[in-house]
Design a protein around this ligand. Sequence first.
Ligand SMILES: NC(=O)c1ccc[n+]([C@@H]2O[C@H](COP(=O)([O-])OP(=O)(O)OC[C@H]3O[C@@H](n4cnc5c(N)ncnc54)[C@H](OP(=O)(O)O)[C@@H]3O)[C@@H](O)[C@H]2O)c1
Length: 426
Amino acid sequence: MKIGVAGIGTVGVGVIKILEQHGQLLSDRCGQDLEITAVSGRDRRKDRGVSLDGMTWYDNAVDMASDPNVDLVVELIGGSDGVANDLCRAALKAGKSVVTANKALIAVHGTELATLAEDKGISLNYEAAVAGGIPIVKAMREGLAGNAISRVYGILNGTCNYILTEMEETGGDFDAILSDAQALGYAEADPSFDVDGVDAAHKLAILTSLAFGTPVDFDSVYIEGIREISALDIAFAKEFGFRIRLLGVARKTEKGIEQRVHPCMVKKDTPIANVSGVFNAVVAEGDFVDNTVYEGRGAGEGPTASAVVADIMDIAAGRTCPTFGIPVRKMIDIPKVAVEEHVGCYYVRLNVFDRPGVIADISAVFRDEEISIESLLQRGRSPEEAVSVVLTTHEVKEAAIVKALAKIEKFDHSVGTPRMIRIAKL
Ligand SMILES: NC(=O)c1ccc[n+]([C@@H]2O[C@H](COP(=O)([O-])OP(=O)(O)OC[C@H]3O[C@@H](n4cnc5c(N)ncnc54)[C@H](OP(=O)(O)O)[C@@H]3O)[C@@H](O)[C@H]2O)c1
């Protein structure tokens, strides 16, 4: 099988290395020799630490799609639009299967691209796009195919998980830990895609489609990142027996589908709470299989290339599957539920002056919004300085919490904006 690889950065180089090192093994396993015949990048002169001898170089990656010496296109450039999108479309229209690691592309254009692939009877594989080296797409698309999935959730961004784990272990604040993560290469110079939750949301949108057979709908994912998580919240979480994790959650409810990415308090004894550092984990709940848990490296040259190569091998071996496990024409556009409709328990941290009657005023607001408090604690005692009042609630609709916090923020004895973190029921 003749392969064109567009994008020879971290992942592209990893793919070249695996094909070099395991050529015979891969060929024995998938029944064909795998040969990279074409590559594309921006800088032809860059030393990439691997040999590109004998491979045709394309300055314009899209031209690779019409190269008769390329049977399969591997897109490892990135970005939801531009050359990555143009190349994938051109390849699929030319009847060539596509493998990509590009979550942004699949989250934004996945359904259209799947239609192109299905019309031609070819494959669009994207294992590396969700949780890097963890074969979660294959698990959802094939391994759990006999189940109706009720919920899929997980830690989908290693950078955020690294930062939250380090904050917990060192007691440091977000900004300081982010700088360390950047110095260590665990966070990008511009970390916004990761820490603001967008990267996890791309992956969640894809998981939602795989789980519920709906068109990919990235725009309706509720997204909240980890910038506002403070060392204080992490410390209080510990006291309540929780850890804080950035979770992506897709859940089917009677009203429709919830798709949300936000920090969560998770009980310390759950599998998800024990996923540390740059690792990713996904839990899928099926009606017959019950809970299944997948954990591993969600990024990096080796793990991501491992997933890309597995996708290439499926195509070489003739193993095909509809892009989202169900043909596009069979997909059902299930309504999405707004986050305000979410019913769950909440952690709330207020900053108030320790004056007589404050707790009574707070309790009155919660009573008026019909929010039942599970526990409440106050730290510090000083009439001159604001102190933290932290509480957890029983199950309530999110809209009620939002309303209550807006009222409390207006109190004379309130300082700053109250913090709220959802407590995950895992
Ligand atoms: N890195 C990971 O751990 C990881 C994990 C999961 C998924 N992914 C996904 O994998 C994809 C690739 O990521 P990466 O980390 O390998 O990125 P990267 O290291 O930045 O590499 C990107 C490659 O694309 C090339 N490129 C950029 N613009 C191009 C253009 N217009 N035409 C042709 N080539 C172009 C670059 O060429 P030059 O080298 O010449 O600049 C570079 O080789 C992305 O979609 C990413 O989201 C990455």
